[in-house]
Design a protein around this ligand. Sequence first.
Ligand code: HOZ
Length: 431
Amino acid sequence: MSKKNKSDQFFAEAKRHLVGGVNSPVRAYKAVGGTPLFIQKASGPYVYDVDGNKYIDFVGSWGPMILGHSAPAVINAVKKSLLNGTSFGAPTPAETELAVLIKEAFPSIDLLRFTNSGTEATMTALRIARAVTRRDRTVKFEGGYHGHSDGLLVAAGSGATTFGVPSSAGVPEVLARNTWVLPYNDVSALKDIFRTQGPNIAAVIVEPVAGNMGVVEPSMEFLTTLRELTIKHGAILIFDEVMTGFRVAWGGAQERASISADLTCLGKIIGGGFPVGAVGGRKDLMEQLSPLGPVYQAGTLSGNPIAMSAGLAALQTLKRTKPYKALETLTKQLVAQLRSDAAKENVAVQINSVGSMFTLFFTESPVTSYFEALQSDASQYAAFFHTCLKNGVTMPPSQFEAAFVSTAHTPAVLGKAAAVFRKAFKGVHAK
Ligand code: HOZ
């Protein structure tokens, strides 16, 4: 059983200097209780805390680590790049190389702009959509999280839901009013809003596989209706693939659904573990951006050479090794095992998975929307989480996040994790 003495000490000290002791809210463990692990290092499927404990990690830095931690190809590329300097504020060949690879994977993208985070990417996508349509209103979906920019922090999932502030304080009402929020997977709500407000809608932004309310798969009807209605009414369809891009398939959720977005937001995997975002899409839309068009967007560290080299190494490895089928098969096997073990322990749980992402919702009914995700018993999740942690497995410290399997999670590693999950179901039952 792991002990966390040093993590406790570091957390106490961090709280004196950093808000809540963290730099991103969910990391504070408030939703599950206890002290967050302070991490010393990570390698393959494992993270090691400052007390020397080793954990099989399903957080994966919240998505980027599809090749496992410290993937040699990424580390070597970064080492090489570092020796040439860390930031120039000028173009580099690596930016174009990474853009070419991303375009290969996402045929809907003609032109790209790299940013420093997913939040910047979604913010920019919306601005382009507003500029080109000359409309102000946006449609998003309950439980969809698209970063923390003003207009998008309305009924948001992820950390916002974890902390019960799905609509953040400090967002001007006039901006919140410009965002219409519909239930995920609700085709008739979608038809209604376009029937009544079609000419006012600049954009619809959606996670084409939801990951930020926990994993929720869209119905094909939902996605095709979205595509049809946005075309019909001249609205821009923005796929937020920050989490799903290069994760659920090489070409993201749009490859799986065979649907082209007008604009796509990316992040996480394309930075190989460094801070990166990107917005890309149709030429006529992307050419709205400065210096070609009137929409302003900029960033001192955008296209940072270290991040570009890490992203390039990650994508080149993914392109060469094509791990997606195998990852999905392994994840499905793990999920099947989890379902059968939960049933043996009489634990009511829904396990949603797409590709190598999965979420356990402690509820009796299927989860296809945010409302249904909210029916989960968060205290059961917390109990499950802590048994896992005590036995050497890290899961996301929130009911409303996705867990990630990487190529470093071998069948043997997943077998060990499954044994811990089995124990954790017993803990839930004991509650
Ligand atoms: N809620 C974020 C992921 N969906 C958490 C990011 C972090 O804490 O690093």
